[in-house]
Design a binder for this molecule. Structure first.
Ligand code: ADP
Ligand SMILES: Cc1ncc(COP(=O)(O)OP(=O)(O)O)c(N)n1
Length: 269
């Protein structure tokens, strides 16, 4: 009889669906497959979305979110969780409560608006993100718009990224990655826990097909943490993966196309 294959690390995404397959749960599961972990999902919302923007969004009932989470965690088990679009205050509160009970590393991507400016989180949910979700995060990964939404700080340079990191850490996550993808010049992110500072620099790829970069980075960090890497190693690995995926991004649709989650497998052929 053949011996069963070794069980890979298991990673859960709690996020919304992007029908275009570039961001959200679809980006997360593709990233997890590419990085060799078993990916699982708790769907919070369904969006009608493509390279041009978000045409509609429908939130799932809180019981459906809770039931999916229990199904996965109680039977299969998880080594790390990533959160993305949580849509409303009640879903943020519910997910934060479930994460606090689970006791594994959590990567919180505090998704607020899409690249096209479509709201993916109700304004009244921001307070729950600050007071309930950020405190249970091992790593929080806001982009510069989310930094402004959560702290009021507007970032225009690297010194501003330091100030933003201190503000976000004040809400309780152990580490924060301030993503500088929206600034001109190299793609520079700051990872810090308030003591250590790691600047992650990559060349900016002049590629407008960057839909899903934030989801991809956060999921890849969760994959590293599930493998037992420490936070700086997991974030460094994730930055390499997202940079390669942006470099290889697709020209799909008439707007901002998705990054290429399969670039590593294609490069190995
Ligand atoms: N054009 C680009 N070239 C290289 N890296 C980029 C580019 N745009 C974004 N990044 C990187 O992608 C990751 C996600 O950042 P960002 O696009 O700011 O997040 P979000 O998708 O949440 O807005 C970060 O590591 C950022 O530095
Ligand atoms: C369903 C859903 N979740 C999250 C996002 C935002 O994804 P992100 O990786 O920040 O990419 P952009 O939207 O900024 O391209 C989303 N769009 N949809």
């Amino acid at each position: 009889m053949t011996a069963p294959a070794p069980v890979p690390p298991r990673v859960l995404t709690v996020a919304g669906s992007d029908s275009g397959g570039g961001a959200g749960v679809q980006a997360d599961l593709k990233t997890m497959l590419a990085l060799g972990v078993h990916g699982m999902s708790v769907l919070t919302a369904v969006t009608a979305q493509n390279s041009l923007g978000v045409q509609g969004a429908w939130e799932l009932p809180v019981d459906a979110v809770r039931a999916q989470y229990r199904s996965v965690v109680d039977d299969i088990g998880v080594q790390a969780v990533k959160t993305g679009m949580l849509s409303s205050a009640v879903l943020v509160d519910t997910v934060a409560e479930l994460l606090a009970e689970t006791g594994v590393p959590v990567v919180v991507d505090p998704v607020g608006v899409s690249k096209h400016g479509d709201a993916l989180l109700a304004a009244e949910a921001l307070d729950s993100v600050r007071t309930k979700l950020l405190p249970v995060a091992t790593v929080a990964t806001p982009n510069l718009d989310e930094v402004t939404q959560l702290t009021g700080v507007t970032v225009i340079d690297e010194e501003g990224m330091r100030r933003a990191a201190a503000e976000i850490l004040g809400h309780g996550p152990r580490w924060v990655v301030i993503k500088g993808g929206h600034l001109p010049g190299d793609a520079v992110d700051l990872l810090t826990d308030g003591r250590e500072e790691h600047w992650l620099r990559a060349p900016r790829h002049d590629n407008r097909h960057t839909h899903g970069t934030g989801c991809t980075l956060a999921s890849a960090i969760a994959c590293g943490l599930a493998r037992g890497q420490d936070v700086p190693a997991a974030v460094r690995g994730a930055k390499e993966y997202v940079t390669g995926a942006i470099r290889a991004g697709f020209a799909l649709g008439g707007g901002i196309g998705p990054v290429d989650h399969g670039w590593l497998a294609r490069a190995a052929r």
